[in-house]
Ligand binder design. Structure first.
Ligand code: KG4
Ligand code: ZN
Length: 347
């Protein structure tokens, strides 16, 4: 199914459209080829985690330099995996915003160069919109509109009601930290590695999620607030300096529980308030097993679309999926398009 049934610029009736996606907005160098916004022919991701590990977070200069050296080999592998020639590519899509400026420049410059050399159109897309469109990838059945979606990543925690891919309304968002940010900072306090979300998930295995009741502030309506739970963890660790192994696991599990329960509860509230046929969850935090389990318990199986794990954290397949929809409705970008480091979700 095509995520959008609207005007299709450049559609050749009966032929699939191959979009080459490029993602370099933060610390993943990725190139993918996706057919018709849904079928992934290849998705190569080089993660820079090891290069940033020692610093406990992403170092922008290291990220930019790494993209420069890794982008070409990643691109060649994506073309080989998909068994396609340049002539088979119809459109080039690139993450243009938001992200680290030096990192974005690498991908955008590469996309423009390919577009010029191959004489193919290119389109710049919003990275967060890419996370949303990831839920259309590779599943036997795509979500049906209207959709209630939760994007939970390192930089965003947003509830969105979508009538179609280009008509959406933000229902709630975080007023301070994003869920992923709260997990990353909490993991740091607990002496865990980077990135914090997966490290915390691992450290929480065998822990009691009910041992410590970490309060999460109830922000207005469907908004989120995670700075309070972070401070509650800090205070707890100041009062309990020497944690034995089991106690440490219990604190990890309890902190994770507080955040995942809040995400589940707010999504449930949103679904009750806005009529929707499908419920979608995406973004890096959606890779979390505790959250996935909670969602499966809370929502009807037929309505719930939990993004496949491979497409939760940053990848280029989601950029290609988003590029397909943006290209259909808006046409190609101009070669003078420039990257933007800031901004929320835009179509
Ligand atoms: O979507 P993403 O890859 O990048 C952004 O656009 O921000 O999300 C990264 C965030 C990080 O905060 C990371 O700790 C979190 O997603 N994350 C997870 C898991 N995998 C990644 N959080 C919880 N459990 C996971 N398994
Ligand atoms: Zn992301």
């Amino acid at each position: 199914m095509r995520p959008c049934g609207q005007t299709f610029i450049g559609d050749t009736e009966g032929f699939p459209m191959n979009i080459l996606g490029i993602e370099t907005s933060c610390d993943e160098t990725s190139v993918a080829i996706v057919q018709d916004g849904t079928t992934v022919l290849s998705n190569v991701v080089y993660s820079q985690i090891k290069e940033h590990e020692d610093f406990g977070g992403v170092v922008p200069e290291i990220a930019s330099r790494s993209h420069v050296t890794k982008l070409l080999p990643v691109f060649h592998k994506a073309m080989l995996d998909a068994k396609l020639d340049p002539k088979d590519i119809d459109v080039i899509a690139v993450a243009q915003r938001p992200g680290l400026m030096g990192a974005l420049i690498t991908g955008v410059t590469f996309a423009k160069s390919l577009s010029y050399a191959w004489n193919k159109p290119f389109v710049g897309v919003n990275h967060i919109y890419g996370h949303l469109m990831a839920s259309f990838l590779d599943d036997a059945q795509s979500p049906s509109f209207p959709i209630m979606a939760l994007i939970a990543s390192g930089g965003h925690t947003t509830l969105i009601h979508m009538n179609d891919p280009s008509d959406y309304h933000i229902q709630g968002k975080t007023i301070d930290d994003a869920a992923g940010e709260a997990l990353d900072k909490g993991a740091k306090m607990l002496g865990l590695g980077f990135p914090g979300g997966p490290a915390l998930e691992k450290a929480a295995l065998g822990g009691d999620p009910l041992r410590v009741s970490f309060p999460v502030a109830i922000a207005d309506r469907l908004d989120f607030s995670f700075s309070g739970v972070k401070n509650a963890l800090r205070t707890y660790l100041e009062k309990n300096k020497e944690l034995d192994e089991q106690h440490h696991k219990d604190v990890c599990a309890s902190y994770q529980e507080a955040i995942m329960q809040t995400l589940t509860d707010k999504l449930h509230m949103a679904v009750q308030q806005c009529a929707s046929k499908s419920i979608v969850i995406c973004g890096g935090v959606a890779a979390n097993e505790v959250l996935r389990e909670k969602l499966h318990q809370r929502f009807e199986k037929d309505n719930l679309f939990v993004t496949p794990k491979a497409y939760c954290t940053d990848n280029a397949a989601m950029i290609a999926a988003a590029g397909y929809t943006v290209y259909q409705t808006q046409g190609p970008s101009d070669l003078d398009m420039i990257p933007q480091s800031h901004g929320g979700l835009t179509f």
